[in-house]
Ligand binder design. Sequence first.
Ligand code: PYC
Length: 441
Amino acid sequence: MAPSGSGVAQAARRRARYPARYSALALLRRGKRPWPPILRGGELASSYDAVVVGGGVHGLATAYYLASNWGITNVAVLDKGYLGGGGSGRNTAIVRSNYLTPEGVAFYDRSLRLYERLALDLNLNVMFSRRGHLTLAHSDGALRTMRWRAEVNKQVGVDSEVIGPGEIKRLVPALDVSEAPRYPILGALHHPPGGIIRHDAVVWGYARAAAALGVETHQSTEVLDVATSGGDGPDGKGPGGRVTGVRTSRGDVSTPVVVNCTAGWASLIAAMVGLRLPISTHPLQAAVTEPVKLFLPAVVVSGSLHVYVSQTDRGELVFGAAVDPLATYDTAGSLSFAEDLAGHVLQLMPGLGRMRLLRQWSGLCDMTPDYSPIIGPTPVDGFHCDVGWGTYGFKAAPVAGEQLAACIATGEVPELIAPFTLDRFAAGRLVGEKGAAAVGH
Ligand code: PYC
């Protein structure tokens, strides 16, 4: 028998875990036999060790790390829609760790490191592309913020530096770095570790790997209430209480742990246990062009012009902007978004004048007062939050899942998420990350 740490043994373990391989050879070998299901679902069980509300990348990552890192496999992920149908399928797939506060930089750096090895961990090509990330500065004030971020990044060991127009042009020749535009490019924060990843592959990779470890996923299963007892408020809700179960559109289950991994509905789920969250929900619009030959080798962001753009491996340009100014659940695309976007992009890259936008979409962003998430335990025993991600959710999923799983399994709040617990708002311990937003809001 091969020694347990050897490559042969690792490959055997991987084969046992993922019997359905997707190579051409496997397709031939399989012939007409049906593929085994990659998810576990069926009827809801009467009880679970943990119930995760929200089958997006955060919920699935949390379930995966509970199972893989802590052996907690009697877990159900519930989603009222379908897996990855919320923010996980509606983002612009940018990953980076060039934040403004030491707490934020350390946190997102861990996420990026997990993303870098995710294909190996999940045995699925998630198309991670480390291509560098440029945040352009068009004013002295913006340059000052970039220098500040670069210094904080370096202190935490993250690779970022401020570069001038000549170096920007060398990295991204399509950018107009002349004096001609109304807002000339004065410099940029260059962050080589940043890049993009295939968002739906990440969702399905986590879902499949979690299922292989025993986690159940239940789609079209809405959480109608979270049962608690012993709380200060009516019906045993509120601080001081503890979670006992969830009522769903498909029946009741008992559980001592509920994890709120929703976006858009985070406040609603929290209200079910008698908690109020400082969150307002805004749509964020994005758009994609027809595919063209690869010409954009880095992610480019302009906070002042309210736009970020990257090119997928298929050649499409993916654009995003700021969140819409009014709090709403309306996710319809608007003409003014497309017009503003086009005007701003053309200031940056005048050569794109003949490109056609193919589609636009939007997702819901739960904004907190300090633009940092709410993650960790709450005053209701057993009720955990992984919410309030604003426009930073997708890039944080691996670290949020990993650290929250550790928190649930050990009962201790890990150092990386300690700055982001709900009690910081009452304590005045805000972690201001507005200045690290891709675009001004
Ligand atoms: O913060 O990098 C970012 C981002 C990109 C899209 C939305 N937020």
